[in-house]
Design a protein around this ligand. Structure first.
Ligand code: SAH
Length: 358
């Protein structure tokens, strides 16, 4: 994978500048140093630029007061890559939901989830999503475009600045399918790790599974946590819920996940949205355990968050506990993730869809 080229803005006619220059956010200190040198500036200004972008949260390069005045004037044209706040809402449990407006006017969701000393950010990787999973609000809205690395890193900085607290964890579980946007996602992961300073193991990438992409991800040796949205213990049921499962059968997906474990030495998390009467029966729990026998894995059960477009139901607590108990009896590692911030449409894609109803 090649790094995004950073072209010299000085050579471009003024009107084309802001459209053609890639935003700087997501660039490493090495890239920024090379870039300032291209502009005829001494190399140490690269480190200054890095500090202003990632630590001071500068939104316009013309505000970097340590840079010479005449250069600052020219730099006003170069985009940093920061979004603007379109909407913000706070749930009673202190989860904060953001709708962020991008340079082309598109809107994406990000969520800040505080807990004890941690601050987790849920980021989007696409505007919309093409996977069309039947229970997912984002999937109902269709797909618009991929996000670039700056637009992904921006979400984390935005939440960090709003909370005035360092982000400890990032989950790629907002809008979009990360493995359909691997180049931007992998460079955003590297930047979050090296530039924003979040440990690779505190970054979780969630995917519904795209053929060959899990293996490719393993080969990048990033040490991120991989979460795979399984949602069903057999092919027939998975196809019902996830259209892309037809072209990528569950056996192939699980085989690729096993390769991931072999290559990286890290366990895989399997996400499983619990839909009452659909995939939460005792036989499903038994099948799920069977699928994962001998597999270094962990099941994360997610009680369904109701969306308007379909009439699935969330199982009651007894039913959820019964499912958990079977997995435990079968020695399958399991936890339950109760979504937070439901009151303000926190669940995947729900905030954006509720704010864009006509
Ligand atoms: N496309 C990726 C990441 C985005 S969705 C993926 O599919 O993994 C993040 C997680 O939220 C996925 O496990 C997804 O299945 C789940 N999800 C989507 N809609 C949901 C809903 N209404 N209730 C509970 N979980 C949901």
């Amino acid at each position: 994978m090649s790094a995004t080229p950073l072209v010299s803005p000085l050579d471009l006619p003024k009107t084309e500048k802001s459209q053609l220059i890639p935003p700087l956010l997501g660039a490493s200190v090495t890239e920024l140093t090379a870039w300032v040198q291209q502009q005829g500036q001494p190399g140490y200004r690269g480190k200054q630029l890095h500090d202003w972008i990632y630590n001071q949260g500068v939104r316009s390069l013309s505000d970097i007061s340590v840079f010479p005045k005449n250069w600052r004037g020219e730099l006003a044209e170069v985009p940093v890559g920061r979004s603007t706040l379109h909407y913000r809402s706070v749930a009673p449990d202190d989860t904060v939901k953001y709708l962020l407006k991008l340079a082309d006017g598109q809107i994406v969701e990000a969520v800040g989830i505080p807990s004890d000393k941690r601050l987790t950010v849920c980021v989007s990787t696409q505007v919309g999503c093409p996977m069309a999973c039947d229970f997912c609000a984002t999937g109902k809205g269709g797909f618009t475009r991929n996000l670039n690395r700056a637009e992904i890193v921006d979400q984390v900085l935005t939440v960090q600045e709003d909370f005035q607290q360092r982000v400890s964890n990032v989950v790629f579980m907002g809008m979009g399918e990360p493995l359909l946007n691997t180049e931007s996602v992998i460079s955003a992961v590297k930047s979050l790790n090296q530039d924003v300073g979040i440990g690779a193991r505190s970054l979780t990438l969630s995917t519904v599974g795209i053929r060959d992409r899990i293996r490719q991800l393993a080969e990048h040796n990033l040490q991120v946590t991989l979460a795979v949205s399984l949602h069903a213990p057999n092919q027939a049921l998975r196809e019902q819920l996830i259209p892309s499962a037809k072209a990528y059968p569950i056996e192939d997906l699980l085989a690729e996940c096993r390769e991931y474990v072999q290559i990286t030495g890290r366990r895989v998390t399997f996400e499983y949205v619990l839909l009452a009467g659909v995939n939460d029966l005792p036989e499903h729990a038994m099948q799920l355990s069977k699928c994962l026998r001998g597999f270094q894995s962990h099941v994360n059960l997610i009680p369904y968050n109701p969306i308007e477009e379909v009439d699935y139901k969330r199982p009651d607590r007894d039913r959820i506990q019964a499912f958990v108990k079977i997995l435990q009896e079968q020695n399958t590692a399991v936890s339950v993730r109760y979504s937070r911030g439901l009151e303000a449409d926190a669940a995947c894609g729900q905030l954006r869809s509720s704010k864009f109803k006509s």
